[in-house]
Design a protein around this ligand. Structure first.
Ligand code: ATP
Length: 451
C-alpha cells in the first residue's frame, strides 16, 4: 500500500474507471448501498472465485451451499439476532444526526488516552455540531419485510444479516447427502443486509454487502486446534493473493468484545487509511448454533460418531469475510505510483488471479492493416480470458490506462507483425517487452496467468 493514496482518491479512481458507483446516483444515492461497474464486477467475481477455489475446490473436506436470503423468522429468534443483534444508538438533539454510542465512546476514550493523565473524562457530544446527545437506545440492525400480501406481525420476515444461519439450518441436509465425516465444512457466498447506523468509509461498511463464510464442524475438544489452523490458513490466503504482510495483522478479541455465541474470536485486520480495521472474523462459535436450532425447531442437529458410538453436537469454527471490504483492501494494497521518464505512472499491482482484465490487445495505431490483424489476435484471446481491445489515442496513453486498472499484459500489434506473425507482450509491473509468435500467444499467457 502506498501512503499517496487517500480514500477520496481511491473513490474517485473507482468511479472514473468503472469499479464502483454510488447506488441510484442520479437520485442522489442512498447511504450504505453501492453498485459495481464493469471492472468492479470482474474484480469482485475474481475475489469470490479465488476464495471458492481455495476453500471448496482444492479441499476434500468442504462443500458449497447457496441459501435463500429470506428465511423462516424463527431462525433469527434461535440465532439470537431478534434479541441481541443491536447496536446502542444516540441522536444529536440539535442536528438530529444518529451515531453508534460505542464508536463515539471509543473515540472519546482514545482522545482521553492521548491527553494528559489529569484531564477530566471526555464528555461525548455530537461530532458534527457539538450538540447534546440523547441517552443510548438499542437499535436492531436487521431489515424487516413482509412475506405475502398482509402486512401484519405474522408476516414479518428479515433480510438475512449473515449467511451463516442458512448453513446451520441445512446441517442435516448436507450431512445426509454428502456423508461427510467430522471435521468438515460448508461454505457459502452471498448477500447480507444490516441496517448499519453509520455506514461509511466507502464500501467498508455497507447496508447491503456480500459475505464469504465457512462453517467448519469439528469434534468438541479439537476446536481450539482447528481455530488456530483456520487463523493460519486464512492469513496465508491473503498473503498468497498479494496483500503486503506489513498491512495485515491478526488481533484476538478481548472477552468483552466477543459476540454472544463466541468462545474466542480472532480478527484479520488490514491497515486502511482510517486505521487497522477488520477484514475477516474467525470465531469459535462452540455448539451454540446447532443446539439453539435443535431447541427451536425440535429437530436434532447432531452427528453420530462411529468411533465412539455416540451422538455429538459439533463445535463450529467460522471464518467469515466480507467481499466488499476485501475488494477495498486489495485495491488499496495494489495501488502504486512511480516516476517514468518524468511522468507519473499509476499502477494497480493486483495479483493476476484478481486482475479484472488479463490482457489488452493494442494495435500500434489505427492503421488499416494493423486493425484487422489486432482484432484477429483479440479473437484468439477473448474466449480464453477477460481481455480488451483498445485503439483510441497514443500507445503510451493506452499502456497507462491498462496499468491504472491492473491489466497484467498488453499485447501490441505493430508493423513487424504483418511480416513475422509475432506480437509484443508488455508486462505491467516491469514494463519489460517480449516478442512472441502469435501461434504461441495463448499458451504463453495461460502459463503466465496460471490458468
Ligand atoms: P464490524 O465490527 O465491522 O461491524 P462485525 O464484527 O459485525 O463487523 P461480522 O458479523 O463478524 O462483522 O461479519 C463478518 C464479516 O462480514 C466482517 O469481517 C466483514 O468483512 C463483513 N461485514 C460485516 N458487516 C459489514 C458491513 N456493514 N459492510 C461490509 N462488510 C461487512
Amino acid at each position: 500500500m502506498t501512503s499517496k493514496l487517500t480514500m477520496d482518491k481511491l473513490v474517485s479512481l473507482c468511479k472514473r474507471r468503472g469499479f464502483v458507483f454510488q447506488s441510484s446516483e442520479i437520485y442522489g444515492g442512498i447511504g450504505g448501498f453501492w453498485d459495481y461497474g464493469p471492472l468492479g464486477v470482474e474484480l469482485k467475481n475474481n475475489i469470490k472465485r479465488a476464495w471458492w477455489k481455495a476453500v471448496v475446490q482444492e479441499r476434500d473436506d468442504i462443500v458449497g451451499l447457496d441459501c435463500a436470503i429470506v428465511m423462516n423468522p424463527r431462525t433469527w429468534e434461535a440465532s439470537g439476532h431478534v434479541d441481541t443483534f443491536a447496536d446502542p444508538m444516540v441522536d444529536c438533539k440539535s442536528c438530529k444526526r444518529r451515531f453508534r454510542a460505542d464508536e463515539l465512546e471509543g473515540q472519546a476514550a482514545a482522545a482521553g488516552a492521548h491527553g494528559h493523565a489529569e484531564a477530566p473524562p471526555a464528555v461525548v457530544r455530537c461530532p458534527e455540531c457539538g450538540g447534546e446527545l440523547t441517552e443510548p437506545r438499542m437499535f436492531n440492525l436487521m431489515f424487516k419485510t413482509y412475506v405475502g400480501p398482509v402486512e401484519d406481525a405474522a408476516a414479518i420476515a428479515y433480510l438475512r444479516p449473515e449467511t451463516a444461519q442458512g448453513i446451520f439450518v441445512n446441517f442435516d441436509n448436507v450431512l445426509t447427502t454428502t456423508r461427510k465425516k467430522l471435521p468438515f465444512g460448508i461454505a457459502q457466498i452471498g448477500k447480507a443486509f444490516r441496517n448499519e447506523i453509520t455506514p461509511g468509509n466507502f464500501i467498508f461498511r455497507d447496508r447491503e454487502f456480500e459475505q464469504m463464510e465457512i462453517e467448519y464442524f469439528v469434534r468438541p475438544g479439537s476446536d481450539e486446534e482447528w481455530h488456530n489452523h483456520w487463523v493460519e490458513e486464512r492469513q496465508a490466503w491473503y498473503l498468497r493473493l498479494g496483500l503486503h504482510q506489513e498491512s495485515l495483522r491478526v488481533r484476538r478479541l478481548e472477552a468483552d468484545e466477543l459476540a454472544h455465541y463466541a468462545k474466542d474470536t480472532y480478527e484479520i485486520e488490514y491497515l486502511f487509511p482510517m486505521g487497522w480495521s477488520e477484514l475477516e472474523g474467525i470465531a469459535n462459535r462452540t455448539d451454540f448454533d446447532l443446539r439453539r436450532h435443535s431447541e427451536f425447531s425440535g429437530k436434532a442437529l447432531n452427528y453420530f460418531d462411529e468411533e465412539t458410538n455416540e451422538h455429538v453436537t459439533p463445535y463450529i469454527i467460522e471464518p467469515s469475510a466480507g467481499v466488499d471490504r476485501l475488494l477495498l483492501a486489495f485495491l488499496f494494497d495494489a495501488y502504486d505510483e512511480e516516476e517514468v521518464k518524468g511522468e507519473t505512472r499509476t499502477i494497480l499491482r493486483l495479483n493476476m488471479a484478481l486482475a479484472p482484465i488479463k490482457a489488452a490487445v493494442l494495435p500500434l495505431s489505427r492503421n488499416e492493416q494493423l486493425v484487422p490483424t489486432a482484432r484477429r489476435v483479440w479473437e484468439l484471446l477473448r474466449g480464453k480470458f477477460m481481455s480488451q481491445y483498445d485503439d483510441a489515442q497514443s500507445i503510451g496513453r493506452r499502456y497507462r490506462r491498462q496499468d491504472e486498472i491492473g491489466t497484467p499484459f498488453c499485447v501490441t500489434v505493430d508493423f513487424d507483425t504483418l511480416n513475422d506473425d509475432a506480437v509484443t507482450i508488455r508486462h505491467r509491473d516491469s514494463m519489460q517487452q517480449d516478442r512472441v509468435p502469435i501461434a504461441n500467444l495463448v499458451g504463453i499467457l495461460r502459463e503466465k496467468l496460471e490458468v
